[in-house]
Write a new protein. Structure first.
Lengths: 183, 136
C-alpha cells in the first residue's frame, strides 16, 4: 500500500527528480449508481496517482472514507455496512497503459489509450481493463477513464431491503491532472 | 375508544415516518461546531501516523482533528474546491486538507501562511488526509 510513496521517493533520490514520473495527490474519482428508485453519487477529490511515461506503469490509491456523499446516512452506510472502510481503508489500482509508446509526451494532444491492471477493493483483487484518454497539455498529463464495477465481485453485500435502490453495476469515473514530479 | 386507539396509532406512525424521512434526507453536517478529539501540529500528526499506520488509524481515523501547520502547497480540485498541504518533516508528504466548499467561509490562505483548521481524518494515503475542513 506504500508503493506510490516508495516510487516517488525512489524517483527523487535517484534522479533528483524523475523526468518520466508524473504525479497528483488530488485526482477525482466518482462513482454513480442509478436506479428508478434513487440516484447515488459520491466524489473523492483526494486520490493519489503516479504515471511513469516511459514504462506506462500507473497506480491510483484512494481512501474509502474520503468519498463525499450528499446524505449523511448514505455516507455512513457506505463506510460501515458496504465497503467496511475501517477494515479495508484503501482501494488501489495497479496497472499499465498498454499503448504508452504511441504517445509523444513532448507534443500537446489527446490520445485514446487502453489501461489494464488489478484493482483491490474491500480486500478483493480483480483484473480490469478499460479504455481511457490521456491528454498532454501545458506540461501536464490529463487522464480520464470511465468503467463499471459490480459490488458483488468484491464481496460487497447489499441488503435485500435496499437492493432496489442500488444499481447492480456502479459507474466509476476517474479524472486526474498529473504534473511532473519535482520537489 | 377504538377510534382513539386507531387515531393514536396513525399519529405515532406519521411521526415515525417523518423522523425516518428526515434522518434519510439529512445532509452531511459542517464540522464547525463539533469538538475535536485531538489537537496538535501537522508535523506531529504526520510523524505519529506514518510511524505506525495501524495505530494511527485507531487513534486518528474517523475523528475530528484540529491541526495547526504551515501551508506548503495549494491544490485546486476539479469541483473548484481547494486542498491545502500542511507541512511535515517528510520531503514530499504532509497533511492533506480538503476544504469543505459548502461551509468554509474563510478565504483560501496563501502558501507559507500558518493556519489552524478542523477536519475529519480519513486515514493515511502517502499524506495524512483530512476531509470537510474548516479554517478556524
Amino acid at each position: 500500500m506504500k508503493t506510490i510513496a516508495t516510487l516517488i521517493l525512489l524517483g527523487i533520490s535517484l534522479l533528483g527528480f524523475s523526468q518520466d514520473q508524473f504525479f497528483t495527490r488530488n485526482a477525482n474519482i466518482t462513482f454513480f449508481s442509478s436506479t428508478p428508485m434513487e440516484d447515488i453519487k459520491a466524489d473523492n477529490y483526494s486520490a493519489t496517482a503516479v504515471l511513469d511515461t516511459k514504462t506506462g506503469a500507473v497506480e491510483f490509491s484512494v481512501l474509502m472514507k474520503s468519498f463525499n456523499f450528499k446524505k449523511a446516512l448514505m455516507q455512513e452506510h457506505f463506510n460501515e455496512n458496504y465497503v467496511e472502510s475501517s477494515k479495508f481503508p484503501k482501494s488501489v489500482f495497479k496497472g499499465k497503459v498498454e499503448n504508452i509508446g504511441a504517445i509523444d509526451f513532448s507534443k500537446e494532444g489527446k490520445h485514446e489509450v487502453n489501461v489494464s491492471g488489478e484493482i483491490t477493493l474491500h480486500g478483493i483483487t480483480k483484473a480490469i481493463s478499460t479504455p481511457g484518454t490521456i491528454a498532454v497539455s501545458e506540461g501536464k498529463i490529463i487522464s480520464n477513464a470511465v468503467f463499471t464495477l459490480k459490488p458483488e465481485d468484491f464481496d460487497i453485500e447489499i441488503p435485500a431491503v435496499v437492493r432496489d435502490k442500488i444499481a447492480e453495476e456502479m459507474e466509476v469515473t476517474v479524472n486526474a491532472e498529473l504534473e511532473p514530479l519535482r520537489r | 375508544m377504538k377510534k382513539k386507539i386507531v387515531f393514536s396509532v396513525l399519529i405515532i406512525g406519521a411521526i415515525a415516518l417523518g423522523i425516518g424521512y428526515y434522518m434519510f434526507q439529512k445532509p452531511v453536517e459542517s464540522l464547525r461546531d463539533k469538538d475535536p478529539a485531538w489537537q496538535g501540529m501537522s508535523e506531529d500528526l504526520y510523524e505519529n501516523f506514518s510511524e505506525d499506520e495501524v495505530a494511527g488509524n485507531k487513534i486518528f481515523t474517523g475523528n475530528i482533528l484540529q491541526v495547526t501547520g504551515t501551508v506548503v502547497e495549494i491544490l485546486q480540485n476539479s469541483d473548484s474546491s481547494s486542498t491545502l498541504i500542511l507541512n511535515s518533516s517528510h520531503p514530499v508528504f504532509g497533511v492533506k486538507c480538503r476544504l469543505d466548499p459548502k461551509f468554509n467561509t474563510s478565504k483560501t490562505p496563501a502558501e507559507g501562511a500558518e493556519i489552524t483548521l478542523k477536519g475529519l481524518c480519513t486515514g493515511i494515503n502517502s499524506d495524512v488526509e483530512l476531509n470537510q475542513c474548516i479554517i478556524l
